[in-house]
Ligand binder design. Structure first.
Ligand code: NAD
Ligand code: GLY
Length: 369
């Protein structure tokens, strides 16, 4: 990647405030980590795909400030985001006699970040941790804001904790080895920020989608920075999702149903969100909040990002019924009533319920037979 200067996005959460570093050459540079507190040891949590490529340079950089640095490699994949894999982190921490002053460092995509963060929240009732996201999706979303956790067979991210990192390091160089399908998945979460918060950014993405797909470093740096700014602003107002933060889940209610209904890992999270945003936009249209032209505009951008816009059939007999059943397990549901993130013409998102018949109609319109 072309070298770019580092940009820092602050996230203001009182005593839990931290900085997101966005740039190139960051993980190999010991100075990136110079403001972290002293630690008795460091446990880098990665996976079998990312560690062989990036762990060595990170371990070398971390071994300058820290005398003892360990690495644990998890199996790769959303299907491993569960208790069994989480226990591998605790096994490594206890096996290396780590203590309350051990720093946990997540090196990987959102799956590694969510699990390492949850392990850090639980180990000895909480040890400090750092996020080093290596996918586009994790750099623009999952590493920021402190949501950590694992999946349950009955629902996505159902077991977890809010636990903020001390620092987030987005090294754009790591995106050079990312499969193209994962770049597209990350673009879904970037596109999301337009309709919910910033239509100028949405227009910028429309103009720069090809540069983003081609991994132009300055386009990626701007998209990551603007996404993190928007997310930091939302999380800064509503850290624990009392209300506003739920808008970051635009497209996720339908998307989580696709992920769970297809079996975790069959559709990438970003792919499910891309398709889920089309469904949520269609629902917003049926609720009279946006015109059909905006649904078409969003669908066009999602297609240009290399993503699917037709939902999968989850049940040949009663597809909409299966979606509804899965969505009633969504964390935003209250007393079994599904609450959808919907958008309006002024890029203001809100939470609304909708009649089952309307939701069924949207699913029928948006799913491939
Ligand atoms: P992922 O972590 O599964 O990574 C995608 C794939 O890319 C994996 O195979 C991974 O090993 C590989 N990979 C990672 N970095 C690489 C690199 N630099 N080069 C080559 N390969 C690399 O998926 P993801 O899209 O990063 O994250 C999705 C997860 O994030 C989901 O579990 C989702 O629920 C979660 N998520 C959490 C939040 C949050 O706020 N905590 C927000 C959004 C998504
Ligand atoms: N990805 C949604 C959130 O962080 O709240």
């Amino acid at each position: 990647m072309t070298a770019i200067s580092t940009h820092i996005v602050p996230i203001e959460l009182g005593e839990r405030s931290y900085k997101i570093h966005i740039g190139t050459g960051l993980i190999a540079d010991a100075s990136t980590f110079q403001n972290l507190p002293k630690a008795s040891s460091v446990m880098v949590v990665s996976n079998t795909t990312v560690a062989p490529v990036y762990a060595r340079q990170l371990l070398t950089a971390l071994s300058q400030p820290y005398a003892t640095v360990h690495l644990v490699e998890l199996p790769d994949g959303e299907q491993h985001k569960n208790w069994e894999t989480l226990n591998l982190i605790f096994d490594a921490l206890l096996g290396h006699a780590c203590d309350r002053k051990t720093l946990v460092v997540a090196l990987g995509g959102g799956v590694v970040g969510d699990m390492a963060g949850f392990a850090a929240a639980c180990f000895m009732r909480g040890v400090p941790f750092v996020q080093i996201p290596t996918t586009l999706l994790s750099q623009v979303d999952s590493s920021v804001g402190g949501k950590t956790g694992i999946n349950h067979p009955m629902g996505k991210n159902m077991v977890g904790a809010f636990y903020q990192p001390l620092q987030v390091v987005c090294d754009i160089d790591t995106l050079s080895s990312l499969p193209q399908r994962e770049i597209s998945a990350g673009l879904a979460e970037i596109i999301k920020y337009g309709p919910i918060a910033d239509m100028e950014f949405f227009t910028w993405i429309e103009r720069n989608i090809d540069a983003l797909l081609q991994r132009d470093a300055s386009a990626l740096a701007y998209a990551i920075r603007r996404s993190c700014e928007i997310k930091a602003h939302v999380v800064g107002q509503d850290e624990r999702e009392g209300g506003l933060r739920a808008i970051l889940n635009f497209g996720h209610t339908f998307g989580h149903a696709i992920e769970a209904g297809m079996g975790y890992g069959a559709w990438l999270h970003g792919e499910a969100v891309g398709c889920g945003m089309v469904m949520a936009a269609q629902l917003s249209h049926q609720l009279g909040l946006i015109d059909s032209a905006f649904v078409d505009r969003l669908r066009t951008l999602i297609v240009r990002a290399g993503l699917k816009v037709a939902g999968p059939v989850l049940d040949a007999k009663d597809n909409a019924g299966r979606y509804l059943e899965l969505m009633r397990h969504d964390k935003k549901a209250e007393a079994g009533e599904i609450r959808f993130v919907v958008i309006n013409e002024s890029s203001q998102a809100s939470m609304q319920t909708a009649p089952d018949a309307m939701v069924r109609n949207v699913i029928d319109m948006c799913c491939t037979p």
